[in-house]
Design a binder for this molecule. Structure first.
Ligand SMILES: [Zn+2]
Length: 296
């Protein structure tokens, strides 16, 4: 009897063990794969768009953070009532807000500085004419947001103090272009000349890696495509047209490489655009395009 029970116990144990082994065999490859498939240097740059004055200015502020070091900065927080709740949420979740960054001095970009500083007394990094600016980084100078590398790129024309900020976290790249470069367009030449915008777009920004995602200061894509279609027809413009009809927001969805294809201001050497503008020299083409757009 005793032997019989022991045998039953043994059999039960063997069955249970086989079942357990089968389960391990079935699930362990997946578990192992998920554990080791993550890249060793996981990227941690996080970009949160904050739309402001939707339906009128269609501006964007951007809350950029390094999820590893928990450092965050706010770019162009021009309308504090729309921005402050997001800053509060970020800080409450354990992030350290270290800087206000401005792309240029216009009120719809730097106009919120004073009020933001009342809640968060942090330095303002930006163009020389920005309200309460503490530091204007020189062209191509670098600083850090946690582990994210930032390079300041001077792009005077829309304003003389316009600066684009290029951010790199491993192979993850983004550029915050203010009112210099828009998806499919560029800013008006309020304080500069066509030669300066040509340099800003087609030398400074065009030299960034093609996979750099573009985060402009406004959602102007629909209007830009409408104009682009008048001066050039290519597949990239058609694609941008379709995308902007189907999506309200286009920031961060296109790269510098895409802009070289669908942005007419970055195609001043295109024979079709030269023909439409009646100009050959790239700077003359730039000037003619801007006038046409301003009067369209
Ligand atoms: Zn502006």
């Amino acid at each position: 009897m005793t032997t019989f029970i022991s045998l039953r116990q043994v059999i039960t144990s063997v069955v249970l063990m086989s079942l357990f082994a089968a389960t391990i065999k079935r699930y362990s490859p997946t578990l192992l794969a998920s554990r080791f498939s993550k890249p060793i240097t996981a990227r941690a740059m996080h970009i949160q768009s904050i739309p402001m004055w939707e339906g009128t200015g269609n501006n964007y502020a951007y809350l950029v953070s390094d999820e590893k070091t928990k450092e965050a900065v706010i770019i162009d927080p021009a309308n504090p009532p729309e921005v402050l709740p997001h800053l509060k949420a970020k800080v409450t979740s354990g992030f350290n807000l270290t800087k206000i960054i401005n792309t240029h001095h216009h009120h719809d970009h730097a106009g919120g500085n004073k009020e933001i500083k009342r809640s968060y007394d942090i330095p303002i990094i930006g163009g020389r004419d920005c309200t309460l600016v503490a530091e204007t980084p020189s062209h191509k100078s670098k600083f850090k947001i946690g582990n994210i590398d930032v390079t300041a790129l001077h792009t005077p024309c829309h304003t003389q103090d316009s600066i684009c900020f290029f951010l790199e976290d491993g192979s993850d790249r983004a550029v915050f272009t203010g009112d210099t470069l828009f998806i499919g367009g560029c800013g008006r030449f309020f304080e500069g000349k066509p030669a300066e915008m040509h340099k800003a777009l087609n030398e400074v920004l065009a030299s960034l890696p093609d996979d750099t995602k573009v985060y402009p200061g406004h959602e102007y894509t629909k209007g830009n495509v409408k104009f682009a279609k008048k001066v050039l027809n290519n597949d990239a413009i058609k694609k941008l047209d379709e995308y902007s009809q189907a999506n309200k927001e286009t920031q961060g969805k296109f790269t510098i490489g895409d802009e070289k294809q669908h942005n007419v201001f970055m195609r001043v050497d295109d024979p079709e655009i030269q023909k439409v503008t009646g100009k050959k020299d790239p700077i003359d083409v730039m000037g003619a395009l801007r006038s046409m757009k301003d009067n369209s």
